[in-house]
Design a protein around this ligand. Sequence first.
Ligand code: ZN
Length: 265
Amino acid sequence: MRSLVSLFAPPCSPSSYFHLKSSQISHLLPVYASKSDYIAPSSLRLRALQTSTSGENEGSRAGAIHVIIGPMFAGKTTALLRRMKEESCNGRDVTIVKSNQDDRYGLDCVVSHGGVKMACWALSNLSSFASKIGADAYGKLDVIGIDEAQFFEDLYEFCRDAADHHGKTVVVAGLDGDYLRRSFGSMLDIIPLADSVTKLSAHCRLCNKRAFFTLRKTKQTKTQIVGGADIYMPVCRKHYIDGQFIKNTTNLVLKTTPKDQQFCL
Ligand SMILES: [Zn+2]
């Protein structure tokens, strides 16, 4: 059976990542957009006759759950799309789902920050997925990819049922923590269900070291604000702490300073 690391191992990549097993530390290289990276919707429905080479779902139709976590700009979506493309090339019937809260690139595609894209279903919840695509189509599916999975409240139940009872391989990508480094949605809840967990890292925007956290640059305090580099940036531990301190201090000063004097700040 091919290992998770080899499935994710790219031909090249500076975007570093590590598997939770320290012996499997490796590095990812960036994926650049090209016509060959795009998977047309029609091809997602092709169910080739060739046998799966991943070793999963053979015989017992037992499924699997693979989880990809990390901060923003770590390459989670790129890794998910790469895995889905490889599964499709191996003749497996694949499709991808994302939250309809994420409309940064429209609702009909999942698009990585590097520009790689793939047609998808944009849903408000995962429990509606089978009925949306139809029972026959769902029954034929081998692999389900879920992007921005932290937004789905029914993530645990869906993954459990899809893998345990329906024989699906589920590849889940999402943020493990929010901008305050708190557990985000149900992402961490599915780790006990998972066959593998991969935590990716980005590069700190301030010092270029490995970044494990997402710093929100704005004053907004709502947990879920969908945005890109205009709102968020990946940072190392030092710069996360420094950044939070600066934000908190600035907010405190603004709160205690009369508005007509704030122009001096
Ligand atoms: Zn840093």
